[in-house]
Write a protein that binds this ligand. Structure first.
Ligand code: FE
Ligand code: CA
Length: 516
């Protein structure tokens, strides 16, 4: 940790011949004062804002990407650019605790990922970047709590599925006002779909992205949504991807349409998509892709209060089946053997009061066949019955398991049952499917309930189902989780009114979720 030099000492150093180190950069933290050695770069280097992510008790990842021409490849020269960063205990940077210089590399789209360590646990910090005399906006972040404490509380927002073309990301404006300690984003950060004039906003480009430059442009467009940019600058995110960061419903190295994309072409697409994903997310170097592979499943600890297991339910899964019979095939896997073992180990050995699983896709059963018999969605955990059921059996011996997921574009809040085939089986956990930020746009609620309410009899584990856009907010302490379904009245306009649609509680030691 670097302290702030006193004003006297700073003046002394600045007057000296060899101005180096922290004191020197403190002198230069003003916009418009590019050093002679710095090449002049276009204005608007920080068009994509700043963000932070994957907080640890002593650190956090700080992110930015230099992109003066964000929708056209970025607009940077093909050379390394030094980017200074600093972290302070106060918003005015009077008490800087850490600073340094990172290199923005052309090979990574001039993105910067600073893995700051040496910070104090459970407290907020402010950070900013500077390159070629240009200063970024200030971001705020928060470290994870002390590793040994289970006291205090944690406020987590659960978000997913933000389709630019379906609406403005208005739920983030309300999320910002709710001031969460952490935003958990469980997939569909971008959509790869072709530009269309049917919705309130239009994707950039001329088609689906396939190349690295095309994916970069798509991420850049999303990153410039003002509500999303504000949220990123206000709290750390923990992110994982689902299908639309690459291609609808892909599985492993199999695209949605194997007839339209050869295996080689799809591997090249995965490679480009993962690289652009890394370049635009506040994640550690462990997530730097290796060709068409990326390491995204990981664990984050929030003291002894909460262990967060972030899954990757895309890269290692078997291809989706197409029949009820096939969905029960015991050879199907959602996680792949290594990730499955990693998850079980992390659940069995956990010292945490709450064991949260961030799953892209829904775990509780969705039976969409009214009356006798069942019909499942095969892309969700229902399509991977044997592995899902084995995991649910395991939940019996896990302390307070809670699954947070997305993908469905509905709020679906459920008890998790040990065996969904047996209506009398035990409740072993709770699941929150956190609707969508904008995907599906403003839905007709009456039509939704006309279609879905009759299915409640087939799915008695459902506690809340709803089709508003929004997110879920969780206040977590040792005794329980208070959950709110926060919804907006519209995503078709840039401003919206938010409200609480439902309040729920998960009691520690009592599996399942109750409506309040
Ligand atoms: Fe989605
Ligand atoms: Ca049924």
């Amino acid at each position: 940790m670097t302290g702030v030099p006193s004003p006297d000492r700073r003046r002394f150093l600045a007057a000296g011949a060899a101005v180096v180190g922290a004191a020197a950069s403190a002198q230069l933290w003003l916009p418009g004062t590019a050093r002679a050695a710095e090449r002049a770069l276009p204005e608007g280097l920080f068009s994509l804002g700043v963000s932070s992510g994957d907080p640890l008790p002593d650190g956090v990842v700080l992110w930015t990407r230099l992109a003066p021409d964000p929708l056209d490849g970025g607009g940077m020269p093909a050379e390394e650019v030094p980017v200074e960063w600093e972290v302070a205990e106060d918003e005015r940077f009077g008490r800087v605790v850490s600073r340094g210089t990172a290199q923005a590399l052309p090979a990574y789209g001039h993105s910067v990922h600073v893995d700051v360590r040496g910070l104090r646990s459970g407290r907020e910090y402010w950070y900013r970047f500077r390159a070629a005399g240009q200063l970024s906006r200030t971001g705020r972040t928060r470290t994870a709590p002390d590793p040994y404490t289970s006291r205090g509380s944690l406020r987590i927002a659960l978000a997913s599925c933000q389709n630019w073309q379906h609406g403005y990301f208005t739920p983030y404006a309300d999320m910002l006002a709710q001031d969460p300690d952490l935003v958990l984003f469980v997939g569909d950060y971008i959509y790869e779909s072709t530009p269309s004039s049917a919705g309130p906003r239009r994707h950039e480009g001329t088609g689906e992205p396939y190349t690295l430059t095309q994916y970069r442009n798509r991420y850049a467009q999303y990153r410039m949504d003002p509500d999303l940019a504000e949220m990123h600058a206000h709290a750390p995110f923990v992110v994982t991807f689902d299908d639309h960061e690459v291609d609808n419903d892909w599985a492993g190295e199999i695209p949605q349409d194997p007839g339209k994309q050869s295996h080689d072409a799809f591997v090249a697409r995965l490679t480009a998509a993962f690289q652009a994903y890394y370049e635009h997310m506040p994640v550690r170097a462990s997530a730097i892709p290796n060709g068409p592979h990326i390491q995204m499943y990981r664990r984050l600890e929030f003291g002894r209060l909460l262990r967060l297991n972030v899954l990757d339910t895309r890269q290692f899964r078997s291809d989706q089946v197409t029949s009820q019979q096939a969905a029960t095939d015991p050879s199907l896997t959602m996680l792949g053997a290594p990730q499955k073992q990693w998850l079980l180990d992390g659940l069995r050995d956990s010292p945490a009061r709450w064991n949260v699983i961030a799953s892209q896709i829904m775990m509780a059963e969705t039976d969409i066949l009214l009356g006798e018999g069942k019909l499942w969605y095969y892309d969700a955990w229902d399509g991977y019955q044997a592995e899902r059921n084995a995991l649910l059996k395991e939940f019996r011996s896990v302390r307070n398991p809670v699954v947070l997921s997305g993908d469905r574009h509905f709020t679906m809040i459920s008890d998790l049952k040990e065996d969904f085939a047996d209506p009398s089986s035990a409740v072993v956990g709770a699941e929150f499917v956190g609707t969508s930020i904008s995907s599906n746009g403003d839905q007709d609620q009456t039509a939704f309930h006309t279609q879905w309410d009759p299915l409640k009899a087939d799915n008695p584990h459902w506690k809340v189902i709803d089709a508003h856009r929004g997110y879920h907010l969780f206040d977590i302490d040792r005794l329980g989780i208070d959950a709110q379904v926060r919804v907006v009245d519209t995503v078709l306009k840039p401003q919206a009114t938010a409200s609480t649609l439902a309040q729920l509680r998960v009691e520690s030691g009592r599996p399942g979720v109750q409506r309040v």
